[in-house]
Design a protein around this ligand. Structure first.
Ligand SMILES: O=C[C@H](O)[C@H](O)[C@H](O)COP(=O)(O)O
Length: 236
C-alpha cells in the first residue's frame, strides 16, 4: 500500500471520532488535509461542526470543503484536534512542524480536550529525532539565536547541524506567523523534555516541534497483506 493510501485510512478512521456539534482543531499537512476533505463530505451531508484551522493552507482546504470555521479567540475551548505528525514515539510524544505549522498547531492542540494524531506507520519511532526537529525563531538576531540554540541542544545531551529552512527558490522559508525555522538534525533525542525546556529558555525561539503531553491518542495505519491495518494508541 502507498503512504497516501495509509494516510487516507487513518484520516477516515479519525472522521468517525467527530460528533455533531463538536468544536474542532483542524491540523496541517498531507494527512490532516485528507481528514479535512473527508470531514467536508460529512458536513455537506449535514454534520454540524466548527473548526479552527492551524494554518492558512488548512484554512483554504477547509473553506473549499465547506467546513464552517471559527477563530480560537471566538472558540477557545475545543473538543478535539485531529492532526498529523512527523514522528510519534510509544509515549505519544511527537515531532511536528515538517510543514512549518508547529506554532499554531501547538496553540490549538493545547486548547483542545483531546488531540488525536493520524499517521502512517512509517512515522512510528522508539526514539524521537530521526526527523529534523523544527525550531521556530524570529528573524531579528538569528545568528545569536542560532548560537544559543546550539548551546541549548548540547546542554540537553544532543548534537547535530542547524539548518535554516529554505523555500524551493532558495530564500528563507517563513511561517504563517512570519518567523523562520531552524531544522536540527539531531538523529536521536534521548530526553525530549530536557531539550524542550532548554529550547524554550532561548530568547528568540518562538516554539519548537516537540509536542509533549499533548496527544491523547493516535490512529496509525500500517500495511498488512496489502490492506491498511489500523492500530490505535492511547485514547484514540
Ligand atoms: O507543520 C506541519 C505539521 O506538523 C504536519 O502535521 C506534519 O508535518 C505531518 O505532515 P504529513 O501528514 O504531511 O506527514
Amino acid at each position: 500500500m502507498s503512504p497516501a493510501e495509509l494516510k487516507r485510512a487513518a484520516a477516515a478512521r479519525a472522521v468517525g471520532l467527530v460528533e455533531d456539534g463538536m468544536r474542532l482543531g483542524l491540523g496541517t499537512g498531507s494527512t490532516a488535509t485528507v481528514f479535512v476533505e473527508l470531514l467536508g463530505e460529512k458536513v455537506r451531508a449535514g454534520l454540524k461542526v466548527v473548526g479552527v484551522p492551524t494554518s492558512e493552507a488548512t484554512r483554504r482546504a477547509a473553506e473549499a470543503a465547506g467546513i464552517p470555521l471559527t477563530t480560537l479567540d471566538d472558540t477557545p475551548d475545543l473538543d478535539l484536534t485531529i492532526d498529523g505528525a512527523d514522528e510519534i514515539d510509544p509515549q505519544l510524544r511527537l515531532i511536528k512542524g515538517g510543514g512549518g505549522a508547529l506554532l499554531r498547531e501547538k496553540i490549538v492542540a493545547a486548547a483542545s480536550r483531546r488531540m488525536v494524531v493520524i499517521v502512517d506507520g512509517a512515522k512510528r519511532v522508539e526514539t524521537l529525532g530521526r526527523f529534523p526537529l523544527p525550531i521556530e525563531a524570529v528573524p531579528f538576531g538569528l545568528v545569536a539565536t542560532t548560537l544559543a540554540v546550539a548551546a541549548a541542544i548540547r546542554s540537553a545531551g544532543c548534537a547535530g547541524p542547524l539548518t535554516i529552512r529554505k523555500d524551493a527558490d532558495g530564500t528563507p522559508f517563513h511561517t504563517d506567523g512570519g518567523h523562520l525555522i531552524l531544522d536540527a538534525g539531531l538523529g536521536a533525542i534521548p530526553d525530549p523534555e530536557a531539550l524542550a525546556r532548554a529550547l524554550v529558555a532561548v530568547p528568540g525561539v518562538v516554539e519548537h516541534g516537540l509536542f509533549l503531553g499533548l496527544a491523547t491518542g493516535a490512529i496509525v495505519a500500517e500495511a498488512a497483506d496489502g490492506q491498511p491495518r489500523i492500530v490505535t494508541l492511547g485514547a484514540a
